[in-house]
Design a protein around this ligand. Sequence first.
Ligand code: NAP
Length: 299
Amino acid sequence: MYDVIIIGAGTAGLTAAIYTQRAGKTALLLEAKAYGGQIVNTPDIENYPGYKHISGFEFATNLYEQAKELGAELKYERALSIRDGGNERKTVVTNAGEYECKAVILATGAKNRPLGLENEQKMVGSGVSYCATCDGMFFRGREVAVVGGGNTAIEDASFLSNYCSKVYLIHRRDAFRGDAKGVKALKEKDNVEFVLNSAVTKLLGKFRLEGIEVTNKLDGSVKTIPVAGLFVAVGQQPENESFSDVVSLDEGGYIAAGEDCRTGTEGIFTAGDCRTKTVRQLTTAAADGAVAALAACKS
Ligand code: NAP
C-alpha cells in the first residue's frame, strides 16, 4: 500500500512526488507516456523563478531526477479508473494492474486541442503537427504556418522562424493571449507574417499538406496559403472522463477544485492544468503539486 498515488508525471505530479517523499511518505507516480508533460516541448523557459533560461526537457529531467533520488517510484502505466473504498483506501486500476493507496492526486494535465478540420488527424505526420520543437526540423527552409494566439503559438512561430523560410502566424483575433514581449519580438522578424482575425478552414493536399485555406472572420474573404507544414497551437483540453465517477468535473471537463486542490472527495486531490483554474503556468502547476501533496500526506 502506497501512501500517495499520483496520476500524471508532469510538473504538478513530479512536484507532488517530491513533497510526498520529503514528508516521509511513499509516492507512486503513474504515467501513460513520458515524464515531464507538456513542458518538455518548450525550447526555452524564461519565466520560472530562479532560472533565466532552461529548456523544457532539462527542466523536466531535473524534476524527475529530484523525485527519483528522493525515492519516488514511477511506473509507465495508464491509470484507467479509481475505486474509492472510503477513508485511506483507494485502488487505482491501470492497464497493467491495481495499486492500493491512502490518497490519490490527479495530475493528468491536458492534451493538445485539435482544430477539428477534415483530414486533420490523417495529415498528422504528413504536414500537420502539434509540436514545433519535435517536428520543426523536418520543415527546414520551407514555408509553414502556426495557428493560435497563446504563448505556445508565439514560441512555436519564433522557434520555426529560425529554420523555415517563412512562418505565417494565424490567429482568430487581433489581440494575443500570449506575452506581449514575444509578440513584439515576432513582429521584428522579417520572415514572420501575421494573419489576424482569420481561421484555417481547410487543409489542402491529397497525401501531404500542400497548403491551407484561410478565411478572414471580418470580411469573409478566403485565401490560399501554400505551406508545407501547419503547427496547431490552439491550447489544450483535459482528459478526466475516466475519473468522473469519483470527482466532479466542470463544464470544460476540468476537475472541480479550488486553490486548496481538494476535489470534494475525501482522499482524492488534484494538481496542475487538469483542475479548474485561471492561470495555467509552470509555476502554478508546481505550486499545486506542493499544496496537493501536503494535503494528501495529512489526510
Ligand atoms: P492558450 O493560452 O489557451 O491559447 C490558445 C490560443 O488558441 C488562444 O489564442 C485561442 O484564441 C486560440 N484558439 C483556441 N481554440 C481555437 C480554435 N478552435 N481555433 C483557432 N484558435 C483557437 O494555450 P497555449 O498557448 O497552449 O498555452 C497554454 C498555457 O501554457 C497558457 O497558460 C500559457 O501561458 C502557458 N505556456 C507558457 C509557456 C511559457 O511560460 N514559456 C509556454 C507555452 C505555454 P483566443 O485567444 O481567441 O481564445
